[in-house]
Write a protein that binds this ligand. Sequence first.
Ligand code: ATP
Ligand code: MG
Length: 420
Amino acid sequence: MIKGIKGVKDLLPEKTPRWRLIEETARKWATGYGFQEIRIPIFEVTTLFARSIGASTDIVEKEMYTFQDRDGTSLTLRPEGTAGAVRAYIEHNRAADPVPQKYFYLGPMFRHERPQAGRLRQFHQFGVESFGMADPRADVEVIALLWHVLSDLALPGLTLEINNLGYASDREAYRPQLMEYLRRQAGALCGNCRRRIDANPLRVLDCKVPDCRTATEAAPRLADSLSEKARTFFAEVLADLDAIGIPYCLNHRLMRGLDYYGLTTFEVITTNLGAQNAVGAGGRYDGLVATLGGPPTPAVGFAVGLERMAMMLPETAVASIPRVAAVYVAGFGERGSAVGFSALEELRVAGVQAVSDFRSGTLKAHLRQADRLGCRFALIVGDDEVAKGTGVLRNMETKVQCDVVLSSLSLHILPILRGS
Ligand code: ATP
Ligand code: MG
């Protein structure tokens, strides 16, 4: 037997309604906030990711699915969506469009990580990218969108954490102080963090290893090295979040795993997912478009993990999703099964969700399947019904039955379905 790949999951039909609810909620809010869907490729040239995400990040160091194309070009399955969206923005000269370019995407991402609950090798993200607006309100707009999607789905135990990463020059001024501190603490840090002291010291601050957290507790804070301009910007973000009632917690250690962020950075965490407590994250990345060869373009965005959202989705939300089909057509007997089959087609063409199980030969077997499939009604068409010209419409819940004229079936059934 050939099996699926480790960390790459099938979503069986029992699970897809929950995913559709999440995707539809995301689409609804994103569209409502003026974001338009973008569909970008699943694979790109490797340098796109290496250059944008940053060489000494977890993703680029050890998580990318990279392979050689037949002509030797190095390609990579996308580990995140921002790099591709930025490439598309530049390649199609979207900067020339006078309206703000606000995109959202939904789709699979690939990272070679150790698979566990909420951490897969093929996982899915909903993300948005807002290009062209340097105003702090653009940050607040994406944060509000994220917050509303998660709240609309009633995901439990959420906290929005936010931090100010300042400008590149602020981080440059801070780096040597932090490096000096970290070198003194090196003995207490995990191997990963020790390596990062020189390459990417800021990342050490949001390492999840408890010893690393203790060792960095007294580290100098980036907040103390921020320029006046960065402070003013962030104060406006917070004031606007307050103004529209989005709750947040300041977390001065929040650094994020990708190099392109500056100024506002945020993460939504939950108490309901165990070790994988991050639901989604994002921030401002004003330098990235220019780094990838485009015109200087302010930008801000986020990405959330659909697997983690699906894990947290309360059963009550799932229960409200409509069942599979409205009507089960139970055609049996010689003429009954033939007339039933035509009725099935007629209902479907009329826009009614209708099903049947062609293996069932008796009324009893049909009704059992109607129950199992969660149908609201069964349309019973046996040879007797055909002779009379009326089928029997049975409400599967109340068991109440009524006759419906077979020659004008949809005319009779549609009002009953609407009324129920
Ligand atoms: P983590 O700290 O959990 O590793 P991250 O910082 O690597 O997350 P991002 O790159 O910011 O995550 O991606 C945003 C979201 O995508 C995460 O908050 C999470 O919900 C989801 N995500 C990231 N990696 C995975 C994965 N391997 N499997 C499932 N979901 C993931
Ligand atoms: Mg990660």
